[in-house]
Design a protein around this ligand. Structure first.
Ligand code: CP3
Length: 355
């Protein structure tokens, strides 16, 4: 595990999110805990299922620490899932092997939406808070802990569709045909996400990340009304309550950089379809940028990986405000040795951008 940093005040991740100077670019990887690691697969087998892993704080803590033992990462992320909130609302989450998430009781009518209320983070979601407390204690200040949640719209897609989707027929149908019911659902989710993230901070999370994975399947007007507006509501609410940096990850959100930066967040997570240098020129004086190596670069040789890391560091250019990450999560088929090659390359190549 990385040693604490004594030569500068505060951790690199926190400094980069505040756009303060760092000695090198901080790095962590989305889905850094997961199936590409044999030790993760072993712990999951011991737990019996992914959900059992998430709901057993000791095991969730263990798998969150696994990547930090292997790689020189600058942050830990809570091991959980964005779908804990709908699960706590009674929708009955399960993960069928190789099929992704499924809800036993997806939302099928406006009256079902009316009956939803925000879960109490210290009751129905206590297992998440316990995992945060345990992980924070185990980390012992070596690296900061990132807590997370899904965006209201992203959660709504799973709740209405009953699982992953290709065309989002039901979820988008709801927006167009029953906008009031859609707004009611998104409002209850925004309240839930806000109190869930606030509780994570109280339990020990030091930075927060909101995943808007499916925002950009929406047309611009709908994106603004049904996704962005709720992200903004959450960020403003959190900023009034806690002094914790908030990162927004908008998958495919390249065309929304200005709007996302204007929510009041501290960092924007961007995927690999965005040019990092242009993004910095557009919004880099307002927010830090997290990303955005195409995860599939990790299927290439270590030398190629290193070249792409170099290119990305050059695209951002000198100075603070960059958190190195992938543009989306690590995939199950990836080789931990190549993940190490990427992390090591950031360590070796980034100091000269901070002289
Ligand atoms: O990054 C981390 O290491 C923290 C853990 C984390 C998981 N899910 C664990 C997980 C985080 C941050 C998430 C977020 C998440 N979950 C998102 C948003 C980010 C994104 O990927 O766009 C979404 C959309 C979900 C919902 C979800 N969970 C899906 C669609 C799936 C199935 C697809 C897949 O990748 O397997 C999951 C399962 C899931 N979440 C796994 C893990 C480690 C795999 C479970 C397993 O079989 O072991």
């Amino acid at each position: 595990m990385p040693e604490p940093e004594h030569h500068q005040e505060g951790h690199r991740l926190m400094r980069a999110l505040a756009r303060r100077s760092v000695d090198r670019t901080p790095v962590w990887l989305m889905r850094q805990a997961g199936r590409y690691l044999p030790e993760y697969r072993a712990t999951r087998a011991r737990a019996g299922s992914f959900l059992a892993l998430c709901t057993t704080p000791e095991l969730a803590c263990e798998v969150a620490l696994q990547p930090l033992r292997r790689f020189r990462l600058d942050a830990a992320i809570l091991f959980s899932d964005i779908l804990t909130i709908p699960h706590a609302m009674g929708l009955g989450l399960h993960f069928a092997d190789g099929e992704g998430p499924r809800f036993e009781r997806p939302l099928r009518s406006a009256s079902e939406i009316t009956r939803l209320s925000p879960p109490d983070p210290e009751e129905e979601l206590r297992y998440v808070m316990d995992a945060v407390r345990l992980l924070r204690a185990e980390l012992g200040g070596r690296v900061p802990l990132i807590g997370f949640a899904g965006s209201p719209w992203t959660l709504a897609t799973y709740m209405v569709e009953g699982g992953s989707s290709l065309h989002f027929a039901r979820a988008k149908g709801l927006l167009y045909e029953e906008p009031r019911a859609a707004h009611r659902l998104l409002a209850v989710l925004a309240d839930s996400v806000r109190s869930y993230l606030r509780a994570q901070v109280e339990a020990g999370a030091e930075a927060l990340l909101i995943f808007d994975t499916w925002g950009t399947v929406l047309a611009p007007h709908e994106y603004r009304t049904f996704s962005l507006a709720y992200l903004e509501r959450i960020v403003r609410g959190l900023k009034a309550e806690v002094d914790t940096p908030v990162i927004l990850f908008g998958r495919g959100g390249g065309q929304w950089l200005h709007e996302l930066a204007a929510t009041g967040c501290d960092g924007l997570g961007i995927d690999w379809t965005v040019d990092l240098g242009s993004a910095r020129r557009e919004v880099g004086d307002q927010v830090a940028l997290q990303g955005n190596l195409d995860p599939c670069v990790l299927y290439a040789s270590p030398a190629t990986i290193r070249e792409h890391v170099r290119r990305l560091l050059e695209a951002y250019g000198p100075g603070p405000g960059h958190v190195f990450n992938l543009g989306h999560g690590l995939q199950p088929g990836m080789d931990p040795e190549r993940v190490a090659a990427a992390v090591d390359a950031v360590h070796e190549l980034s100091p000269r951008f901070h002289e």
